[in-house]
Write a protein of this length. Structure first.
Length: 510
């Protein structure tokens, strides 16, 4: 639990264990910061910082032992980097600084902190966005997956009391930003928790139940869960095929967020929900197969986004569909060479059972495209090692034919911190997935390489001409290095992105 209050300061008037000064790169301490240091430290801070070669670089933080009213306290100087870049770049620096503070606080075992904030103008953003981003970063940085570590000494603090120091004129806007930041941060962490849970603790039925439970908690959400028999009768051959090697039954979950206005724009989100991906008969190598418990990160992001949206109540309707299954080899598993019928009647040849994500997304995309009149349709999936190899852990790939939709997604990525990079999506690649025996093949031909792109062309067959975009989060959803506000494990990639995207939705122009 994070408890946050806003105070007009000065910072040293508030009793706490740690006092945090945010320091831009190569910038002298402000008079206010010097005043705080003077009250708490027996030596001049400026001189000490110079001696330690502290430049205010992002990810740097130095700590001092101070005294306040006869009690020990800490003074932390955290670098926020140069404040001269684009505003979204500066916000990211701020997130990393906040994440760094939490990491240092964990080590020092202090949980009652005063953030002596810089003015939001320095970041080129509104006070509302400023507070929201700080709070999301705190929530994300304090997340830990510790429920299976029985030695509690290995857990770090989960409860923090924060005091944000800012001029009184900003308090109201900051307060509103905090409220929204808490909601978004909780939803990001919810998605991370589902991803971090081992497959035995989060089965397809289990994830569907969680979506259902979530929908029950909000008047504006509804949820329909289709079970195996219905999935079969509906003709979702891809989802049935992928699930058939496992004893865990598949689920197809459709959630709706109702803004109250039927004529409001309607956006469809589809998330890949493979609770474990062994590869099936085209089995994966042993190394890092454990990470495939995270192969439902797309579904988690979509479901958790619905929770955040239910709180934030945008004037827009949202449909979230998640096909969920476990991909295992067994005597009943699909075999290379099998052909399946998808929900829209198209067939696909399964040449590799490890390319299972597109098979289940095909059914979900065509279901949503058929049953809803959508202004845009976006799917999100840990789809290809190819995307992860191309872009690494910091950018997810995006493909699609609507430039306007892709640009909106990329902008939302820049603002939210869940960054996207477009991959080429020209028809040159289309023939890669041609099949001699079915409508499409579930892997691209070798000559075309570009597996992330050819996967996109497979999915395009099922988006039925909707303005559609596909996000490949294989590289960004798990084990992302060098981000102070992550901590190994899952990242919740997609939740911040979708919330920003939905809250700033503009009609497409192409
Ligand atoms: N879930 C994997 C993709 C993945 C790989 C996610 C690494 C995260 C980290 C997906 O189902 C898969 O196995 N894709 C194959 C496709 C190939 C067989 C065409 C891949 O990328 O190797
Ligand atoms: Mn796979
Ligand atoms: Zn997969």
């Amino acid at each position: 639990m994070i408890t946050i209050s806003i105070n007009k300061g000065p910072a040293y008037e508030v009793g706490a264990e740690g006092y945090v000064l945010f320091c831009p790169a190569d910038t002298a301490l402000s008079l206010e910061q010097q005043a705080v240091a003077k009250k708490l430290l027996p030596v001049p801070l400026e001189h000490e910082l110079k001696r330690m070669h502290f430049t205010g670089a992002v990810d740097s933080c130095v700590e001092f032992l101070g005294v306040r009213n006869g009690e020990a306290c800490r003074l932390l100087c955290v670098g926020v980097g140069a404040l001269s870049g684009k505003s979204y770049v500066r916000i990211e620096q701020l997130r990393r600084a906040v994440g760094r503070v939490i990491r240092v606080a964990e080590r020092l075992k202090i949980t009652k902190l005063v953030f002596d904030l810089l003015h939001p103008d320095l970041f080129g953003i509104e006070p509302f966005v400023y507070a929201k981003e700080i709070v999301i970063a705190v929530e994300m940085a304090t997340y830990q997956f510790n429920q299976f570590i029985t030695d509690e000494k290995r857990h770090v603090a989960e409860d923090y009391t924060l005091f944000l120091i800012a001029p009184e004129s900003l308090h109201e806007m900051l307060e509103a930003g905090i409220e929204q930041g808490v909601r978004i941060g909780h939803s990001v962490n919810q998605a991370r928790h589902w991803c971090d849970l081992p497959a035995a603790y989060l089965t397809p039925a289990g994830l569907a139940e969680r979506a259902e439970a979530l929908a029950h908690a909000y008047d504006t959400l509804s949820c329909t869960v289709f079970k195996k028999q219905e999935i079969l009768e509906m003709g979702m051959g891809g989802l049935i095929a992928v699930a058939q090697g496992s004893e865990q039954e598949p689920r197809f979950v459709v959630m709706e967020y109702h803004s109250g206005d039927k004529n409001a724009p309607t956006i469809g989100l589809v998330g890949k929900g493979i609770t474990f991906d062994s590869g099936g008969l085209s089995i994966k190598p042993a190394a890092r197969m454990d990470e495939m418990k995270d192969d439902m990160a797309g579904a988690a992001a979509v479901i958790a986004t619905m929770q955040a949206i239910a709180h934030l109540k945008p004037h827009i309707n949202v449909i979230a569909a998640t096909p969920i299954a476990e991909n295992l080899p067994s005597g009943s598993a699909i075999k290379p060479g099998d052909i399946v019928y998808h929900y829209n009647g198209k067939t696909s040849e399964i040449k590799n059972t490890d390319a299972e994500g597109r098979l289940i997304l095909a059914d979900a995309l065509s279901y949503v495209a058929k049953h809803y009149k959508l202004d845009a349709l976006v799917d999100i999936a840990t789809l290809t090692g190819s995307c992860s190899a191309a872009l690494g852990p910091f950018y997810a790939g995006v493909v699609g034919k609507s430039e306007s939709l892709i640009n909106q997604l990329i902008d939302a990525g820049k603002q939210s911190g869940d960054r996207l990079w477009p991959l080429p999506f020209s028809d040159d690649y289309r023939m890669a997935i041609r099949s001699e025996v079915a409508d499409v093949c579930n892997i691209g031909k070798d000559q075309y390489r570009a597996g992330a792109i050819t996967a996109g062309f497979f999915l395009e067959h099922f988006a039925s001409g909707m303005p559609w975009a596909h996000l490949d989060i294989a590289g960004t959803s798990f084990e992302v290095p060098d981000r102070s506000y992550y901590r190994g494990g899952s990242t919740g990639f997609g939740v911040r992105l979708f919330v920003e995207f939905l809250l700033t939705w503009k009609p497409l122009v192409d």
